[in-house]
Every structure is written in C-alpha cells, then in structure tokens.
Design a protein around this ligand. Sequence first.
Ligand code: NAD
Length: 393
Amino acid sequence: MIIKPRIRGFICTTAHPLGCAANVDAQIAYVAGQEEIADGPKRVLVLGASGGYGLASRIVAAFGCGAATLGVSFEKPPGDGRTATAGWYNNHAFQARATAKGLYSKTLDGDAFSDELKQQVVEAIAADLGQIDLLVYSLASPVRQHPRTGELHRSVIKPLGETFHVKTLNVAKGVVHEVDLEPADEAETEATVAVMGGEDWEYWIDALAEAGVLADGFRTVSYTYIGSELTWPIYWRATLGKAKEDLDRAAAAISARLGEVDGDAKVAVLKAVVTQASAAIPVVPLYNTLLFAVMKEQGSHEDCIDHVYRLFASGLYGASPEIDDVGRLRLDDWELAPGVQEEVLRRWAVVRTENLDELGDLEGFRADFLRLFGFGMAGVDYAADLDPTSSDL
Ligand code: NAD
C-alpha cells in the first residue's frame, strides 16, 4: 500500500511507518549530539510515551541518560488495510533502537487510567527493573473512565464565564477567521478536571508506592502549559487551566507522600509545540504559527526534543533549575520572554489571511503536524509500496 496523509480536521487518520521511524531517529540523533546528562535517572516510567512530549522524554531518558524505560500508551496496531496509529509505529521504532543500543525497553498499550494497567506496570517494574527513579506523567486524553466509580468523564476545551470572541486559524485552508467559543458549565469543568487533573497521577503514585517499587530519591514530573495572555481565555483561565491547576495541588500531595523515599513531585511548565493534543485546541494553531515565526527569527525556537532535553539537563537534573513561586519548574521562559511576546502580540492584532505567510510560519506548523504522522521526513520514499503491518522498521 502507498501511504499518504489523510487529514480530517485536526487529525491525520493514516501514519507512515518509515516516516515515524525516521522521526524517532531524528530525535535520537539530536540527543546523541548533546552532552550526556550526568546523574540522570537510570530506570524510567513514561506515561504517554508514544508521541509528543512523552516520546521526547523517553528518548532523552534512554539516549541522554542511558536509562531503561518502560512506556505506556494507548495506540492502535495496523489491520484490515489500515495503518497503525503514529504512536504505535513510534513505539516499535523506539524499541528497536533502544534494543540495538543495549537498553532495556518495554511498552504496554492500554488504558493508563485503569487499575488493571497500573497493576501490569507494577508487575513489569518488579520483574524487570526492581524499582524506578523517575515517573514522567505525559498523558493527554479527551476521556477517562474513572477506575473507582466506572463513570466516563469527557473533557471539554471551553472558556469559563462568558463567550470568548477570538481569531483562529483553519490550518488546512490557511484562513484566519473569527469564532465565538461558548463557555463551559460547571459539570463540564468538573469533567475536564477529572480527566486532565491530578487525581490519576496520585493514583499512579499510590499504586507504585504501595508495591514498594519507588527507589530512594524517586522523582516524578507532570507536564503543564500556561502560555501567554492571548491563549489564557481558552487555556489557562479555561477548563484545561482548571485541570492543570489541580496538578499543582496533586504535586504538593504527592511530594508529601514521597517523604519515606526522600522523593519529589514537580509540575513542569513547557512551551507550546505541535502535537496531536495541542492541534485540537482552538486559537492555539494561530498563536503557534505566529510564535514559531517570531522564535525562529529570534533564534530561540525549540521542538519537543530540544525542549525536553533542556528540561532534563537544566531543570530536572540540573544544578540550578528555575522554580516559580508555586514550586513549578519553568521551561517556558523562552516562549514568554518579553521580546517574543510583545512581537507576537503586535502581529496578533493585525494578522489576517492575506498577511499570514508574512507574519506567521504556517508552513512550519503544517510540516510539524505532518511529521507527527511520519510524513515529510527527509530520506523516506513516500512512493514505495509498503506493508503497514510490518514491524520491520
Ligand atoms: P500527545 O497527544 O502527543 O501524547 C499523548 C500521549 O498520551 C500519547 O502517548 C497517547 O498514546 C497517550 N494516551 C492518551 N490517552 C491514554 C490512555 N487512556 N492510556 C494510556 N495512554 C494514553 O500529547 P502532548 O501534547 O505531548 O501532551 C502531553 C502533556 O504535555 C500533556 O499534559 C499536555 O498538557 C502537556 N503539554 C503540552 C504542550 C503542547 O504544546 N503540546 C505544552 C505544554 C504542556
């Protein structure tokens, strides 16, 4: 089968196995070109390991710190003339590269919110690694079936309080237009906190601590986004922000509970990048298009992998991490630098379809999006007839 991108809204329903492998290789090559992270973790569990920030975290842990990694994701294998999801191919490519380097790696695909999957992970750690030094919590999901109540919670991406009238971008058409985003009600806000808030992170720590698989000095980090005032009404001061605020509560509770292993829990504030999760948030693609243009012009642009390398090298395992007054690790300082934000704000006020190419980096945004699914990678023969079920990557 000749695999081409098939884009539906903000998702691509096909993925290219060799392109996904090339994307994993490019990230490994980036890390291989950096200094090894001294005192990095050696046994790492990554939840949400198959794409975006989680995949980058797994690659930095393995190839930047020499860690054995256990990954958890929710990906679909290929079948019936369908390609697998991109994350499935990413996982296979990662596994092959880690094994070739002599690094332990195992991936469990399933629902990370369930008690069953937590139990499987505990058993895998106990059998293969003994204990873990780091847990990276990088799940992004629109739904969570609560393991205790059975209730299916669905998150919403909506403002709070009042309708938000704002510019946004139709990425496929390259058209800037205005939309009204209706506010969430209380039940929708609570559901979003139930899906993307800190409770599941706490449940993971409970399960791992009770099984005695947390090493002395164990650390855990969960990722958040704050961003600029342009996106606050749909992110930080909206339903997603409420869920992310709950991570701050959970980090404090987890840190207190980790006293017996001298452990620590932190929320890390990361920059905006193109991932499957972020592409679905209204307003963010237009903001990213302008932001990437400005950061590239100013020489401070980072992709997932460079950003996560900086998180590990200077934040999590660095000598002088930047911590804010809430105790969060701040890696969004380059995005929020006044010189960057003032210029993004200036462009935001005047951007329209006609001047988008001049003010923004739509081409870069689209290329990042296609790369998530393994398309547009240099050196890959996209005209080749492939078997999408082959795991020979
Ligand atoms: P992503 O969509 O690229 O990855 C999500 C991961 O979660 C995938 O590995 C997926 O398989 C996994 N997953 C989803 N539901 C699951 C389930 N039920 N069980 C097991 N695995 C499941 O997302 P991302 O953008 O990398 O987001 C990761 C974290 O980073 C999120 O907390 C997000 O808020 C945060 N973050 C993202 C950005 C950004 O711009 N993308 C910025 C700052 C922080």
